[in-house]
Design a protein around this ligand. Sequence first.
Ligand code: CA
Length: 448
Amino acid sequence: MKTNLNTLPCVTLVDQAAMKQTHKSRAPLSLHALLNKCSFSTPINLLSAIAVLCSVSFTTFALQTQDVASLVAQNKANFGQCLEGKKVEALNAGVSQSRVNAEFDGFTFIPRVIELDRSQPEFVSTFPNYFSKRVNEWRITKGREKYAEHREFLRTLTDQYGIPGHYLISFWGLETNYGGFKGTMSTLDSLATLACDERRSRFFSNELFLALKLMDSQGLKREEMQGSWAGAMGHTQFMPTTYTNYAIDGDGDGKIDLWGSEKDALASGANFLWQLGWQPGLRWGREVKLPQGFDFQLANNEVKTITQWRALGIVKGDGSSLPNSDIESRLRVPAGHQGPAFLTYANFRTIMRWNNSEFYAIAVGQLANQIAGGAGLHATLPDLPSFKISDIVKLQNKLNELGYDVGGADGIMGPATREGIRQFQAQNGLVADGFPSPSTVDTVLNTR
Ligand code: CA
């Protein structure tokens, strides 16, 4: 399985001009952290990246069940010998001798971790499906309760980091249901299993060593360290790298505990978003309404000011006027022209640096709005069937055959595929939104 995490934007994350005096200094990210944001297979937040992967793109990793079974058997047989090598690597990476002695002999190989790592979903979620599962009444109500519970503390975080509290609560709700589900797999065993799997050994070895160092620096205990199969931990599902670089002590007890302390988790989320480039005073974006006959080719990542969008007849989701503003934004129609439309601002991209998914970022923003008392979506979510990966492959093959070059037929709804669909639509009298609606797919497949 390959994720689209290699497309995480490499940007200058330090924007001193955007800082207010009262806010914490935005430290330049380490080279390591920057590499983390730019390279394949080094996600910031692997669990949620994988969970929502299907919403943005997917590359199949063609391993049959039998292949996975033999891979599991092979990795299991090699596990002991692999760990001997990892002990040396851990010491070289700065893990203490006492920690190596205490933990390595207790590592257990988890077959399920390899199976999950190689699993190949058959379906790709659509925006209506994704969104309605996440931004629901339960999450909104619970989010408001959590917001009220932490109101004063959230205010201090906003003063220090510039992130409004309702966003912090929203991330928390989407990552772990406000701590209700933080994962139940042993972090150390999961990471050791993946460190001894050839495919991303280097990345997961580094995460394992950082997790071991966190045990020393933060007094974390093996049995407390439970999370996702891929090593994401605590209320905010931080990987060890993120925990090490961005987590902070919010409740002032001298220890950073992303499992046991909600304040540590909220403060860490604020610090992380600040370091990722959050711009205080700016929202994520907003739902908008497009005029009749709107040219959907403009929803192609084009940047315009709000004033320019306004001049094209776009209004707020409730029908009222957009303000005149030089704020730059992009128009997004994640479910095609029949679904909701959004203008997204710079902080939308910051949210995507936490988790590189457009669907996730819209869900974070909209849930935050509703936690703060805002309205739900004004547009109706169209009833779209989930895509089968194999259907997207068929669509791509047919587009290529018809002369719309969408590259390799890989089952990913990437930019080239969207552009190919858009061109096909424009030349065949369909609304050119680049979205593979059932009617568009039918038309493509039935074209001779
Ligand atoms: Ca603490």
